[in-house]
Design a protein around this ligand. Structure first.
Ligand code: R2B
Ligand code: URA
Length: 314
């Protein structure tokens, strides 16, 4: 069956309205007596979601479970919370699909690698925020990426998330048809984050477009996978074209993240550090300790942003 393209870019947007509860865009949910958030091992019957999560204002998501645990511990220290840091436990301990940590008004969740993995997490996260009656929530993806014409270690705050064809859209196949959703992110939030970056020493940051691919190797124009069907010149030409279109980094989750948040009226941002400059190579050969420091940069930036929003900075 040939795919039928439904061009609905932009049609599904929900405007963000201050102090309104988080929206879900599914009329079927109202008639369900119970909602089991299977991959979180949480549910509306088994857990008091408003009591557990009602005060959440910031959700930070990232690929690795260890990194999101480290972020939870870091933000706990940064916010100067009274509770014992060792009491921060994985709320999703009953499953190893995702990890989730709550630190005051901040939720830290891992989403794995790639669009399908983050998309499942986001369906359940947005329903969780809805069931918990959360208001004024900001979502931030913090992650790693390959830089396009940037020095390694630069943090890219995403302007537009674009697909492999450089289109600011995400295609979701639904019932054998393609639904197209816009991947526009909140411009003011990106600017606010850029301003925060200028207030932190040794945190080079830019606003740029982020390309989201469905593969790390051939899909990102790498010459070092198990398969490669193109030349070095083909690769460089593709990267040059992407750079001309404003792409400054490449990762694997931003389009669906931007699209789903936009449809549900959630303010969202993507902050990824570049681990290498893809014009210079494909292998990530930077020493481990340097990579660790790079990966802390998006965490420092989002922590500064949260503290500023909470009025904890002078
Ligand atoms: C960045 O890093 C991962 C691949 O190494 C992927 O999840 C991403 O977006
Ligand atoms: N993550 C990616 O998706 N690509 C890179 O090049 C580095 C990290």
């Amino acid at each position: 069956m040939a795919p039928i393209l439904q061009n609905c870019v932009g049609n599904e947007r929900t405007e963000y309205i201050e102090h309104e509860e988080v929206h879900v865009k599914n009329p079927h949910l109202d008639s369900m007596e119970e909602d089991i958030l299977y991959h979180f091992n949480l549910g509306t019957r088994t857990h008091n979601l408003p009591a557990m999560f009602g005060d959440i204002k910031f959700v930070c998501v990232g690929g690795s479970a260890n990194r999101m645990k480290a972020f939870a511990q870091f933000i706990h220290t940064e916010l100067g919370l009274a509770e014992d840091i060792n009491a921060i436990e994985d709320i999703c301990a009953g499953t190893d699909r995702y990890s989730m940590y709550k630190v005051g008004p901040v939720l830290s969740i891992s989403h794995g690698m790639g669009v399908p993995s983050i998309s499942i997490m986001l369906h359940e996260l947005i329903k969780l925020l809805h069931h918990a009656r959360c208001r004024d929530v900001t979502l931030v993806r913090i992650g790693t990426s390959g830089g396009v014409g940037l020095e390694a270690g630069t943090v890219v705050i995403t302007d537009k998330a674009v697909d492999s064809f450089l289109r600011p859209q995400f295609e979701q196949v639904v019932l054998g048809k393609v639904i197209v959703r816009s991947t526009e992110l909140d411009e003011n939030l990106a600017q606010e984050l850029l301003q925060c970056s200028t207030e932190i020493p040794n945190l080079p940051a830019v606003i740029g477009n982020t390309m989201c691919t469905h593969d790390f190797y051939e899909g990102q124009g790498r010459l070092d996978g198990a398969l490669c069907s193109f030349s070095t010149e083909d690769k460089l030409e593709y990267l040059r074209k992407a750079h001309e279109a404003g792409v400054r980094n490449i990762e694997m989750e931003s389009t669906v993240f931007a699209a789903m948040c936009r449809v549900c009226g959630l303010k969202a941002a993507v902050i990824c550090v570049t681990l290498l400059n893809r014009f210079e190579g494909d292998q990530i050969s930077t020493p481990h300790e340097v990579l660790i420091e790079y990966q802390q940069r998006p965490q420092c930036l989002v922590s500064h942003f949260i503290k500023k929003r909470l009025g904890l900075l002078n």
